[in-house]
Design a protein around this ligand. Sequence first.
Ligand code: ADP
Ligand code: MG
Ligand code: MG
Length: 352
Amino acid sequence: SQKRIGLLFGGCSGEHEVSMVSAKAIAAALQMGENGDRYQVLPFYIRKDGYWYEPETAAQVLESGIPLSTEIPPVGSLWEFPQQVNEIDIWFPILHGPNGEDGSIQGLLQLMQVPYVGSGIVGSAVGMDKITMKMVFAQAGLAQVNYKAVTRAQVWSNPCVFPKLCDEIEEALGYPCFVKPANLGSSVGIAKVRSRQELENALDNAASYDRRIIIEAGVTAREVECAVLGNDYPKASVVGEITFESDFYDYETKYTAGKADLFIPANLPSEVSDRIREMAIQAFQAVDASGLSRVDFFYVESTGEVLINEINTLPGFTATSMYPQLWANTGTPFPELVHQLIEFTLERHSVN
Ligand code: ADP
Ligand code: MG
Ligand code: MG
């Protein structure tokens, strides 16, 4: 019988707009090909301020591609969900960043007792928090850059502590280093710093985004990514590479057409891409991800080293995004990929 898929998109995060584009592509793919009539898609839109909208309004938002204004007074309260929420067989959250990719929405769906696509609470939360993620990767023996974790309290509250903190960072990591809020994505709040003054400013800025801040030694490397799909026996895709002219892969480079190029498969010695695929699966299992993840790496060509950068448990999913493109190049086209994600969701939730 037909399965009703609740496509959750928008959300309270800086990646609201990306989510809308991903959701549109997924909605179309679910209705395509031989699997098309197995699914009925019911979209649900989460406005930037957290209010949920029922399928009719959500479909209009999806079609228009324009976020609903938070100026419009919402119908009901934050905890009143549209009645159609009760009709869903499988949730497909396609939300990026805080509130969507960090275990929050996964906790809510878990409480609803309805299967949902992607990682559970732990995998999502660990994958989102760059400090926890790096501790887990270290434990799994995955090579990565040196880093230091600090708190907003250390940066803001005591004027005697701050200079010592900066001394320690300089000594441990040197310049250039990267200052990042621990729980964001899309390069929001990230700065590459080359001096004491830039370090101080970047820490102050990152503290405005998050209680937890990570500072990493900067590497000069090629940026390569690998897609993982599955549950207990995950598979890794071919490896892709991103190239760009800008100083690093910042927000503007990520979302301005023409500023970055994807190469799939990446031009790498096969020994290196095999190692990357293996590390991608280890990372996926280390954080307890399920369904899908994109694992990002630095390849230091001069030494042959592969360093893991991060895992993204709900990667960008537009028609031109790296994750679906990697699978298309590995032999799984977009509609088939979406279908497999639904199947893996049913598999994961049936054994619990
Ligand atoms: P996000 O989760 O927001 O994508 P990342 O940790 O992936 O954050 O950082 C965004 C980009 O910043 C990377 O794709 C890379 O271009 C650059 N970058 C981040 N950390 C480092 C590092 N330690 N050395 C060199 N470049 C880095
Ligand atoms: Mg990320
Ligand atoms: Mg990244």
